[in-house]
Design a protein around this ligand. Sequence first.
Ligand code: KET
Length: 396
Amino acid sequence: MFEHITAYAGDPIFALVDAFNRDSRPHKVNLSIGIYFDEQGRLPVLRCVLEAEQRILAEGGAKPYLPMEGDAACREKVAQLLLGEQHPSIGQGRVATIQTVGSSGGLKVGADFLRTWLPDSAVWVSDPTWDNHRSMFEGSGFAVHSYPYYDATTGGLRLEDMLACLKGLPPRSIVLLHACCHNPTGVDLAPAQWDRLIPVLRERELLPYLDLAYQGFGEGIDEDAYAVRALAASGMTFFVANSFSKSMSVYGERCGALSAICASPAEADRVMGQLRYTVRRIYSSPGIHAARLVAHVLGDADLRAMWQGELAQMRQRMLGVRQALHARLSAVRPDCDLGFLLSQRGMFSYTGLSAEQVDRLREEHAVYLIRSGRLCVAGLTQANVGRVAQALAQVV
Ligand code: KET
């Protein structure tokens, strides 16, 4: 029956985590997967999340099925977090938000939905992008192409090439965009650059599909939602999948959402109905603990303030170790132009290291990066950054 099944080569990110866990060298440093660790190298449990869990327990523990679209309070708070509390599209009933199994669940539900309703469209992702984008959309049956994005010579953005490519796409092409903290490069569009991109998307009648996995890790909660709000202001129809895995440090709880910002309330109703049906056919309905966590943290003024403070601390710590890595590496390799380390934002930096150099870092120095050269700055600490800088200097 199963003799014909080929071996799975493994996921490039999760395979490295396994290899890291098996590594017995005490000085090993994990800069591979996009997970935030604190200054002690631990996965933090946020106080706002602990407090929310205590309240959830105190409320009693009945665990009914949620509806296909998830919990109403959670969905309402998510829409407000993305668009801003008073956004007219919410009041007008033009936003269809479903709670999903992580943002991966949201991306996938959106991909399946689009494959049914825009079957002639292709998907365009940035070059490079998170590997799983391609896998997910191809898995839903789409052809996936890439548009120019990262400039390897400057460590910045190829905006003109990107715009030129998008101007040539057929109407209704689906354009996947990282709303902030681009994975894997850390290179984002500045607000003025979004303002140039959005008219192109609108004139070409393209469908923007935003991936917002790192809200609050770039500049701040509202700043990182610039693309969402600017697209909403443009009157365009678009999708946004967002995640709380990183921003609330609740990776294994699978807290995410998918929102469709539509042209009219009637359209939003129909989209919502078909999203519910898409969910029903995959996993039926999302988890209730995830819903309660998000609803409590976003819905209670004290917990919300606590979350904002804790998120700011994570953001500032990442900025601090980013600067420390730049300073340490500049000291040992004054010959290298390392300005990109400071201009890139969020969890990742794209080092430009080759796969062979990354292999040497891992084998000779126990420093783990993704083979694309992506470095997760959130795994750096003031204690290990000097050693990482030394190791990097030796393989370049
Ligand atoms: N989008 C992006 C851009 C992303 O980097 C991740 C996770 C996700 C979505 C999925 O997040 P979720 O937990 O499903 O809400 N990225 C890290 C982990 C992974 O590969 O799954 C990473 O790139 O290391």
